[in-house]
Ligand binder design. Sequence first.
Ligand code: SF4
Length: 423
Amino acid sequence: MTVAPIPDCRSPITRSPDPPILGLYVHVPFCSAICNYCNFNRGLFDADLKTRYVDALVAEIQQAGLTASARATAVKKACATRDGVCDETCVAQPFRAAVAADTIFFGGGTPSLLEPDEIARIIAACDASFDIAADREVTLEANPETVTEARLAAFRSAGINRLSFGVQSFRDEELRRLSRLHSADRARAALAEARAAGFDNVSLDLMMWLPEQRVTEWLASVDAAIALAPEHLSLYLLEVYPNAPLKEDMARARWSQAPDDDAAAMYLTAMDRLEAAGYRQYEISNVATPGRQSRHNLKYWTDGEWLGFGCGAHSTGCGVRWKNVSSTQEYVDRIARGQTVIVDEHRMTSDERLGDALFTGLRLADGIDLAAIDARYGVDVWCRYGAGLEPFLEQGCLRREGSRLWLTRPGMLLAHEVMTVFV
Ligand code: SF4
């Protein structure tokens, strides 16, 4: 018996010495009430803690800016000695860092519980510490019950130019089952207030496969969203976590989720309707009108780099991932004591970085460019993973044309299975 030789799937790497343009993520962990399905890093609003938290955020951003500047200078010096060519052995690699950024994203929690002057202070700290592009995208996640037209206008004056409303449903009974504080009418009013305040870039989050929700009810929410003409929509499948209070609520009230086939129909039909209404799906869960994709979130899916500030925030840069301490109180205390807030740091192997790039890139409707992956990681993806991916091509879950590989829409429903090939 002859054994086929293991193909050598590696090739030389040529990398640009230019550091990537960063995204800045600012975590705001406060909420007016805790929703029964939520597993984010959040807690109940506490005015005193919030004030100290904003001070801590500003301090962390300033410190990160100083570190990034020092690293960027070191990289410049090191790269000058290598004609600007970096590879895995490049001495500059561990110090590769950026100070340029073009997006700021306030996520939570409920960032719209901060006061506009607090948001302005945080943006000013970002501006003072990083080189942020003039055509920046600055997003604020907002819950409909926390805003008024005047408050939104003040956020806009503070520097916010994109809003992302957590609407979840346009049916009041569904919102009540999720223990959300707003009504469908309040969500509609929030969008009208955003327009009146001058926002021309607004996203709505909707959730499907809610307890007792059937396909027609879900589509009613999709149609209600389309009628409001937001520039962007994110559609998520509800995941009921084992220890979520919603699980108990469902058992007590005998609420159930529709069968799996209905969940698939919800997803596919919604995407068809949105496309017919002029939206383009650009990621598994996201659609946008032309030019209105989330520039910040695209960094997560296009192998970009970002810095996260605040409790529980994650960062990725220079092939290193790190995470801040999750507890809000401990985060504030550590900053006050001048201690690091980083509790977990991991230098990724090149295979881990490749795996990340493939996992996240395949979430995009345009998929991944195998030639670009080869140039960046020195790996011929088809040579290494082709045998595992072929069955998905045959089933119509994946398509490959030239150097591009992408999930078809039905394939997006099986994304996790396809991605296990890369593990
Ligand atoms: S508002 Fe958002 S972050 Fe806060 S508890 Fe509800 S789902 Fe979680």
